[in-house]
Design a protein. Sequence first.
Length: 296
Amino acid sequence: MKLASLTVDGGRRAGAVNETERTVTVLPAELGPVDDIVRGGGAALAAARTAAAQAGDVRSLSQVRLESPLHRFNRDILCTGWNYWDHFEESKGRREGQDPASRPEHPTFFTKGPDTVIGPTDDIAYDPEISAQWDYEAEIALVIGRDGRSIPEEKALDHVFGYLVANDVSQRDLQRAHGGQWLKGKSVDATMPLGPWLTTADEIDDLAALQVRCEVNGHLLQNASSGRMAFSFARIIAELSHGMTLRAGDVVLTGTPSGIGNAREPQIFLGDGDVVVTRVSGLGELRNRVRRTRLT
């Protein structure tokens, strides 16, 4: 099932997307938004499937504005760094003192504020007074559907509700400027597109065969298979949850492949008016314009 978020008559509603027919069925208001379905477990998802099958209020995707599928966050967005070895290698010597001595033996984690999240067609905020180095990072995000702590790797995927597309737009100079940690350079408001819908885990046949792509102004800059991840989705969940409870509704980003602007020669950074298209096969597409916005 593909669950989208849209506003109908002033209220946020969940919708079931039929990607083949390019339609969305608006689900009954009593089911709540997508956030409620994620937290409601199997019963809530079953109710959503039943309502979608009845095909009451069906609308063309071209006639609605989809929002970020999730709006109610338990905490910061949980993120994984350096999770494609080609990306790890391409950035060597460009981390300005943040280079580890060797490839990490465990996933690298950081967080970013939930106010970064925008919808699949919303403008990416851009303020050159904040940063001069706005970079793109196409990623697969997963959403936890069942609480768990110290989850064994072999059971980790049982805790995933579904997957979606994200772009972890980053400010590289801020990322370096605050003590070598990443939070500040990852948490500028209204900079992380998320969506276009939440695809439930049962719809993904092969997690190692998802193709992650990013285009800027029509130029393909990132293109890699999820099979090239350094640490699998299951490993990420197992290590992140070690001694730490993951809650239904938590969003976890799983890393970006090579091709980022900061590692290119010459470097490529985003600017006002740029169009960023982020695609993951089977999960959909984000299409966002970078728009100058005063953030100070």
